[in-house]
Design a protein around this ligand. Sequence first.
Ligand SMILES: [Zn+2]
Length: 277
Amino acid sequence: MKRSKTNSNLESLKSEDFTEVRYKELLISAATKYRFNGSEIDSSQPSVCWRHDVDYSPHRALAFARIENELKLRCVYHLLVSSRYYNLLEPEIADICREIAILGHEIGLHFDIDVLQKHSMGRKEFLARIRFEKEIVSGVLGVQPVSLSFHNHSLHAKQILQMPVVEGMRNLACSEFFDEMKYVSDSNGIWRHDHLEEVLNSPAFPKLHVLTHPVWWTQEVLSPYARFLRAVNGRAEANQYLYLRMMIRDGRLSEIGRLLGITEADIQRAAADHGSD
Ligand SMILES: [Zn+2]
């Protein structure tokens, strides 16, 4: 099924739709109609591929993964190895992603075609790069990625690979998988096309593909851009505090802290910070 026309109804842009509480309600509603089993679709009953592209915030992804695990639902997490916003090789991020896998969710690769364009790669290099990123995910997490999707799918529509399986991963972007399903996405933190609640309130579709991005869902009500800034600034602050804590641990702060322009207020804030999500 193709995506429907843009919904011009401003009601669909309400920020309060994107809270964790609301998210859990939507999941509970979906679970009454659909079978959840990662990207494995059971044609004998209404099934949903409930997928998250982790573009910006693994911390928010883990919050989702825990909620879904409480409800015993197996969802799909696609990790963006080439992300500018998090580093899968960073120990804390690797732990978070490992925990998502341990919670029983399907892990997949979210591939950014921008990488190819920057380096003018051909098809052979395209596949080699996908294989390389897949191996990073499996090496870090200790699980094999099951499925594949592409970052900024519509921007790169012409380059999306159409094979149903790519480097051993189910290709969720190929027409064979994508076009025959009802598709709903929270891209940009809004319901721009279909509204998920309305889709879930409709009679069950045989096959449903729900794409959400964890960064767009927070505990408090925020505008989409504020949700993005929350993730980006949270990461920046965590890095700042990490730097200061390393200085304290190594005994350098008392020796040269003042020379470096570090103030007492910086130190107090670092000491008070217990990490962010
Ligand atoms: Zn993406």
